[in-house]
Design a protein around this ligand. Structure first.
Ligand code: GLA
Length: 719
């Protein structure tokens, strides 16, 4: 066993690790560092040892991926916890063994090319063993999962584990996300100063306001420029993500699961395993996002490369007003314009007439539906569409048969019910009886109705989420149980797809995406808001995983009115759907909508493989570009978000094209001037041909548009 430094690399990313005197420590992560000899590695590690300044500890500060107070780190510790009486509170890990894996999964010898390592460290006097799996994926993401085992004689109360990577001096900006219901993933920026930028998610679900992908970057970093370093926690329960700068100059970004007091007690021999924490480095936020997109596309969602089916969801069409005749007619119109999946939302189950009751009673409502929901499903499938259904499995209404029969299945600290949210409470999924009951009920409904798609909702935060049996916080158990439940239901119903929804987009993360197939980005389908929400969400998710629906002309959440072309263009750069009562739509508008459905079908496969480029041109025109991996074609959605102080806008560069090729550029959906008297630039009425180098470096003029108008520009390689 050697303890020399280790070079892991894959997908254009290098990680140089050292082990001496700490949990593994990252000396470098970023662009591939080239072939490095053992001597190079040793010299490099030496070159990173800091000087010892006066007024501090007498040794160079060594910062492991779980920074240790015992090593003189005065920032956030990586491992926190204690034993009864307060022992073992300041662990100091030294490495015990290292297992390294090569590109084909072989156990590689140290010093050879490796893309994964499993490093075991221990603090024998604290009675703790730590195993860190560090992998560099084919896409260049670095991910770490840590397991801690109590080897001591008495229980260890784990307060939490975070994994932290160093970031260089040049990282001066912090970029992450805020948000709320109907306005998710709003980017925010702040200076990276001494102290901690701390984002704690304590909602028991990822949250509308989650940090999502926390990045740090160079001063002028943006979508396409500046070095950026980002992280993300693949977990849908409570999470922490932070950027920290300490007085001795070190800057780190760290993340992990956030545990509640007493949530994890490790008995002797017991192990806690953390969620994977993902780290990414790139030039620009788009390149960083592209690593996550490629990762998601290569793993769970390979079946989606042709793009998602066009979905009609009935929620904003009928809300709780369910009746067979209306929905059957809606299905017929949907099928006639090319919809491929018809989803019946909330309101179909026993007693559910509004959002105050019945969650948990997963039986088709006898009064409203009788056998006719099954009939509707047959009708939908005969029309050539798939049938989807809404569930909110983790929830329970007090006014339900389930709550009357099993009040002890509801999460809550002893002696009081949690504050209700949307009139509802949360089922204890770690109770095997509650879990088994859900498997049986959901399975029975799926089989009875021929459901091939579930919109899986989660409409409240977890407050006082304690196990009714023990009183202990159970958010971690709940989160892991829902993953298991999704997997069990999918395994029993091969081909079933699940959309992750949580009051809109409050459960979007790489954890849930290992068990689901599409996410609902927001309950706000006002396209103006959606442009920003989708651009933010694309920091992690590729467009084909983001549900985006064309709603009624007047948005139900904001009251603003928009043209169909704007509504449809926003949905086109995502997983396109409709959420609009088509019974109220005239034949001209229906024909227009059908044309948009056709256009989406033409491009969805292309968009599902494309590299995404985002931009805000002249501070007012949002741009979402989708460029083929071989750069043979690109589509740019242009969205006028504000009225500029001066116009017309200057030339807009087209990011991502091949600078050695020629392109034909055309507007395939021109902005229609609201005034009707503007003179277009010559190229806007007829395609032009230009070298890619000019399109990338000089750009072209864009159409004049008023707020909330859009255009689609297509570039096709000629040579
Ligand atoms: C949540 C979802 C909506 C809809 C309703 C139904 O708010 O985000 O899309 O499904 O629940 O109650």
């Amino acid at each position: 066993m050697s303890s020399g430094p280790l070079h892991l690399h894959n997908g254009g990313t290098s990680v140089i690790l050292d082990f001496v005197g700490s949990s593994p420590r990252v000396e470098y992560w970023g662009t591939y560092a080239g072939e490095l000899s053992a001597g190079d590695l040793a010299s490099f590690v030496d070159s990173q040892v800091p000087a010892v300044p006066g007024g501090g500890i007498d040794e160079p500060l060594v910062v492991g991926i779980h920074p240790a107070h015992a090593a003189g780190w005065f920032g956030r510790p990586g491992v926190e916890g204690h034993r009864a009486g307060g022992n073992s509170w300041s662990p100091s890990f030294t490495h015990v063994s290292i297992k390294v894996d090569g590109p084909d999964g072989r156990h590689a010898k140290q010093g050879f090319v490796a893309e994964a390592a499993t490093i075991t460290s221990a603090d024998r006097s604290a009675g703790l063993t730590l195993v860190d799996c560090i992998e560099v994926t084919d896409e260049g993401l670095v991910r770490v999962q840590s397991s801690i085992t109590n080897t001591g004689p008495d229980p260890f109360e784990l307060a939490g584990i975070v994994t932290a990577f160093p970031v260089p001096e040049g990282a001066t900006q912090i970029i992450d996300f805020a948000g709320r219901w109907t306005k998710e993933r709003t980017e925010q920026r702040t200076a990276f100063s001494v102290g901690m930028h701390l984002r704690e998610g304590r909602r028991g679900r990822t949250g509308h306001d989650s940090a999502f992908v926390l990045c740090v970057g160079e001063e002028a970093c943006g979508y396409s420029e500046g070095e950026v370093w980002g992280l993300h926690v693949a977990h849908s329960g409570n999470n922490v993500a932070y950027a920290e700068r300490v007085a001795t100059g070190q800057k780190v970004v760290g993340a992990g699961e956030l545990l509640q007091s007493g949530e994890v007690t490790l008995e002797t021999g017991a192990t806690y395993t953390s969620p994977w924490v993902y780290f990414a480095h790139a030039q620009g936020l788009d390149a960083l996002a592209a690593q996550f997109h490629r990762y998601l596309r290569s793993h769970e969602h390979a079946a989606l490369t042709e793009g998602q089916l066009v979905t009609l969801n009935v929620w904003e069409a009928v809300y709780f007003e369910h009746d067979y005749a209306t929905l059957a007619r809606l299905a017929e119109i949907a099928a006639s314009i090319g919809v491929e999946r018809f989803v019946v939302d909330d309101g179909w189950f026993r007693g559910r007439r509004d959002d105050t009751s019945s969650l948990g009673d997963w039986y088709v409502d006898e009064e409203v539906w009788g056998d006719r929901l099954a009939e509707l499903s047959v009708h939908v499938r005969r029309l050539g569409m798939e049938f989807g259904l809404w569930f909110e499995p983790e929830m329970i209404s007090l006014n339900s048969d389930l709550a009357h029969e099993h009040p002890d299945w509801i999460l809550g600290v002893r002696g009081r019910r949690p504050i209700p949210e949307r009139h509802q409470y949360v089922l204890d999924l770690s109770n095997p009886r509650a879990y088994a009951w859900l498997v049986e009920r959901i399975g029975a409904v799926i089989s009875y109705l021929g459901v091939s798609y579930i919109k899986w909702d989660h409409n409240r935060d977890l407050i006082d989420a304690a196990s009714p049996a023990t009183g202990q916080a159970t958010i971690r158990n709940q989160t892991r149980a829902v993953y298991r439940l999704m997997d069990a239901i999918k395994a029993a119903h091969p081909g079933l797809l699940i959309e992750s929804c949580a009051s809109g987009g409050a459960r979007i993360d790489l954890g849930i995406l290992e068990h689901t197939d599409r996410v609902w980005a927001s309950d706000c389908i006002d396209p103006h808001e959606r442009v920003e929400i989708q651009m933010g969400t694309m920091q992690l998710c590729p467009p084909e995983l983001l549900g985006s629906h064309v709603g009624a002309p007047r948005s139900h959440t904001t009251g603003r009115t928009h043209d169909l072309s704007f509504r449809a263009t926003v949905a086109m750069f995502a997983s396109f759907g409709i959420e609009w009562n088509l019974l109220d739509v005239n034949s001209v508008e229906l024909a227009d909508l059908a044309a948009w459905v056709d256009r989406y079908k033409e491009y969805r496969g292309f968009i599902a493989r494309a590299r995404i480029h985002r931009a805000v041109h002249a501070g007012c025109l949002a741009v979402i570009g989708a460029v083929a991996p071989d750069k043979s074609q690109a589509l740019y959605g242009l969205f006028q978000m504000e009225r500029p102080a001066t116009w017309p806008l200057g030339a807009m560069r087209l990011p991502g094209l091949d600078t050695t090729a020629r392109y034909k550029v055309e507007l395939i959906d021109p902005i229609v001037s609201a005034r009707g008297r503007d003179v277009l630039s010559p190229w806007m009425s007829e395609p032009i041909e230009l070298p890619g180098a000019l399109l990338v470096n000089a750009g072209i003029r864009v159409p004049l548009g008023e707020v909330d108008q859009s255009a689609i520009l297509r570039a096709t390689r000629m040579s």
